[in-house]
Design a protein around this ligand. Structure first.
Ligand code: UTP
Length: 287
């Protein structure tokens, strides 16, 4: 029986250049989808998968992300005084849903390096890496689906999604042997293939990994711009002990991209009973 996943590593040290000027002073992770910061969707998904400890990889100027998960005593007191008790309770729930700690990535040396920064805090147990740009709306949270796959097979499991052939050059692409309708034993991983992609299965930002990945990351030779790629360590892991890809069930939004972010806002607003009607009417008028 594989160990349960109790820790999540969320790399959030990037500059978010695709969202400038919004991200000049506000971390990308705090931009809202409807009224909730994108990072909260990620932490909620982690908690729903059984995670208790969240390790945020931060950089200078991004400390306000942690404030979102702290108790805001003055705000709570004001809400209580003005009779907004439900809202006050919700603020407290957000502060208490997980233990959030941060580590600084002092230089932006790539996603692999960001994950490596969590080595001491993760210790000797499996964990999940979650990328804040990928918002996944699913009946069973995507991280739970991956954790179930990990528990069934005892092998590292990463999220996969079919993409149109024209988009394979934008993603890491995985190929291998199908074990069942959703699970693939990965034999090849190619980062953003310009030509001849080995499949149309794109790697999406959820990875359930064993602690061994840290030693492999330490062996990865830095590529362009001194960046340490997570994909290189994953390819080593696939050769060494095996790596599974799990085609999760759910809708994924690329909230790190402006169009994807707008789509996520509309899709999530349409799920709110108080917004769905007026928004549908407005979009109808607009179009
Ligand atoms: P991206 O390449 O999407 O970078 O990183 P970014 O800065 O977030 O966004 P753009 O492209 O400039 O708009 C993917 C994920 O890896 C994290 C980012 O925070 C993001 O969650 N990351 C990347 C780090 O934490 N450290 C790094 O050195 C690189």
């Amino acid at each position: 029986m594989s160990k349960p996943i109790r820790k999540a590593v969320i790399p959030a040290a990037g500059l978010g250049t695709r969202f400038l000027p919004a991200t000049k002073a506000v971390p990308k992770e705090l931009l809202p989808i409807v009224d909730t910061p994108t990072i909260q969707y990620i932490v909620e998904e982690a908690v729903a998968a059984g995670v208790h400890d969240v390790i945020l990889i931060c950089a200078r100027g991004k400390d306000s992300i942690v404030d979102h998960f702290d108790i805001a005593a003055e705000l709570e007191a004001t809400l209580e005084r003005s009779g907004k008790t439900e809202l006050r309770k919700e603020m407290r729930r957000i502060a208490q849903m997980a233990q959030v700690v941060t580590v600084r990535q002092q230089e932006p040396l790539g996603l692999g390096h960001a994950v490596l920064c969590a080595k001491a805090l993760v210790g000797d147990e499996p964990f999940v890496v979650m990328l804040g740009d990928d918002i996944i709306d699913a009946r069973v949270p995507a991280t739970r689906q991956l954790a179930d796959c990990w528990e069934r097979h005892g092998l590292a499991t990463i999220a996969l999604m079919e993409v149109p052939p024209a988009e394979t050059s934008m993603y890491g692409i995985a190929a291998g042997r199908a074990l069942d309708e959703r699970t693939t034993r990965i034999e090849r991983l190619v980062e953003k293939p310009k030509v001849n992609p080995p499949s149309n299965l794109a790697v999406i930002g959820r990875y359930v990994l064993p602690p061994r990945i840290f030693e492999l990351l330490e062996q990865v030779t830095p590529g362009v711009g001194g960046e340490i790629q997570l994909t290189d360590a994953l390819a080593m892991l696939a050769r060494e002990e095996g790596l599974l890809g799990y085609r999760f069930e759910g809708d994924r939004y690329d909230a790190g991209d402006r169009l994807g972010y707008l789509k996520a806002n509309i899709a999530f607003a349409m799920k709110r009973p108080e917004l769905a009607g007026p928004l549908r009417q407005y979009l109808g008028e607009l179009l």
